[in-house]
Design a binder for this molecule. Structure first.
Ligand code: P70
Length: 470
């Protein structure tokens, strides 16, 4: 017999192959437009991928938020919706699931993550206070600012370097934090804003040791810690894979321990929890809970639905349980790792190490000839759509917005284009198409020119801003 010519993907990586821990029961057809059609679509969208119609997109990597595939059980849960205005049984199922897997005492449901950010910011920030955190997130920081707070970045320095291989680039730099506390006084700190797998840093995790040390510091100065738990299950998986002493613990156990070092959390359930809409806020302090429960009825809905339908809460309760399953989480994160490994192997500049939910293309290295105020990451997102109908998102100077004091652009060190992978939606073949398209752009990068902004909204300008080619 002749030597076999072909290798499976596992063999190419020197391991036994594994496959997704699910099979497909229903499909949603997608199509690729012609180059001319895509050209028209991206011009109509002002080079902003948020303004494209989803029907014009071939592989949609705009976000992993609300774009996940629900399981048959979650869909069955939809039929069990108890649409009572008050006291829906689905709320109690959600409360139980949160307590079992996150361990907080009290739950306030919200329509999505930013609803929860709004409530916690209004409740615990006094105007003039600081909110230190491990890198900003757009909506989180905006709500902190709207409540009169000032966000202060205290993430480790390594997080700002796209090629640094630190395994926990989401960690808080405890020295930076303590300096701020000593300089301003503990009473000027509203709380510590900790995010599990830091979105804007490339989906980088926080170690358990860092969370523990943060707790000690919080106790010493009497400062509370609130967790953005949006992708904390993915954070727990990285701890299991990378941190000494956690290899034999389940993701569920790790998540519970991680949360135990914090005083509460907010959640965009549209990510880890595998639903299309939903969120929550949870705290341990009874008095704070009372305050939040009063606020939620003003802005979201009654405290037993908070803007969600009963059926949404049921799908979410089931999603929480599925999200901490070790087989699920490893296949989810490893799919992202697979895409990243090939990109790195092919010399495409990406943020390293590869995070949990997305590949972040390093637009500065991609287009060194395009200055930051000509929006290289926006250019890259636009070009990727034009080349192959793949939709990503700008995460650079446009996302960073303007400094409220000076009015000038904020110039972030990271100028990234994010390709976020929805959970349980795309296969390995889709990942292969993505990496080949990106390589094509990389090979032809020198011809590409910058953009100018022709329409700029005041808040969160990346959502609706418009651009023209230079
Ligand atoms: C994304 C989405 C949402 C998000 C998050 C973290 C770490 C809170 C939220 C808000 C959607 C998005 C939001 C703003 C700009 C671009 C995209 N992230 N914390 O794609 O939650 O969307 O439910 O209100 O990642 O990363 P929600």
């Amino acid at each position: 017999m002749t030597k076999p010519k072909y290798k499976t993907m596992g063999q190419q990586f020197g391991r036994r192959s594994w496959a997704e821990p699910w099979k497909i029961k229903m499909v949603e057809p997608i199509k690729m437009l012609t180059r001319e059609e895509r050209e028209k679509a991206i011009l109509d969208a002002g080079h902003n991928t948020f303004l494209l119609r989803s029907e014009d997109v071939y592989i949609d990597l705009l976000t992993d938020s609300g774009t996940n595939a629900m399981s048959d059980r979650q869909w069955a849960g939809i039929m069990l919706g108890d649409e009572a205005y008050a006291g829906s049984r689905n709320f109690y199922n959600l409360e139980d699931a949160m307590r079992d897997h996150y361990g907080y005492k009290y739950l306030v449901p919200t329509h999505q993550g930013r609803g929860a950010e709004h409530l916690i910011s209004q409740a615990v920030i006094e105007p003039g206070q600081y909110v230190p955190g491990n890198m900003y997130f757009t909506t989180t920081r905006l709500h902190q600012e709207l409540a009169g707070g000032t966000f202060v970045d205290v993430i480790v320095e390594e997080a700002h370097d796209p090629s640094d291989l630190h395994p926990f680039k989401g960690n808080v730099d405890l020295e930076k934090l303590e300096d701020l506390v000593k300089r301003e006084g503990a009473e000027k700190i509203a709380y510590i804003s900790l995010a599990g797998t830091v979105n804007m840093a490339g989906g980088q995790p926080v170690s358990m040791a860092n969370a523990k040390a943060l707790r000690a510091l919080g106790d010493q100065y009497n400062i509370r810690i609130f967790l953005d738990a949006t992708r904390a299950a993915e954070n727990a998986y990285f701890i299991q894979q990378r941190e000494e002493g956690y290899q034999d613990k389940s993701v569920a156990e790790i998540l519970l321990e991680f949360c135990s070092y914090t005083d509460g959390a907010w959640m965009s359930a549209k990510k880890d929890h595998l639903v299309n809409i939903g969120g929550w806020l949870a705290v341990n302090d009874a008095e704070l809970f009372d305050q939040l429960r009063n606020l939620v009825v003003v802005y979201e809905g009654l405290h037993t639905y908070g803007g969600m339908a009963g059926r949404d809460m049921e799908a979410l309760a089931i999603g929480i349980v599925e999200s901490v399953d070790d087989h699920h989480i490893s296949s989810r994160v490893e799919q992202v790792q697979y895409l990243g490994a090939i990109m790195l192997d092919w010399g495409i500049p990406i943020m390293q190490p590869v995070g949990g939910h997305a590949i972040f293309l390093d637009a500065r290295s991609f287009y060194p000839h395009i200055p930051q105020d000509q929006f290289p990451a926006q250019v890259l997102a636009s070009q990727l759509y034009l080349d192959s109908g793949i939709r990503g998102m700008e995460r650079g100077i446009v996302s960073a917005g303007r400094d409220p004091e000076t009015g000038d652009h904020r110039y972030p060190k990271l100028e990234l284009t994010r390709l976020a992978i929805p959970r349980r939606v795309y296969t390995q073949s889709h990942m292969d198409v993505v990496v080949e398209a990106t390589k094509e752009l990389y090979d032809n990068r020198e011809q590409t020119r910058g953009l100018k902004m022709v329409y700029e909204p005041k808040q969160l300008r990346f959502f609706q801003g418009r651009f023209e080619s230079l």
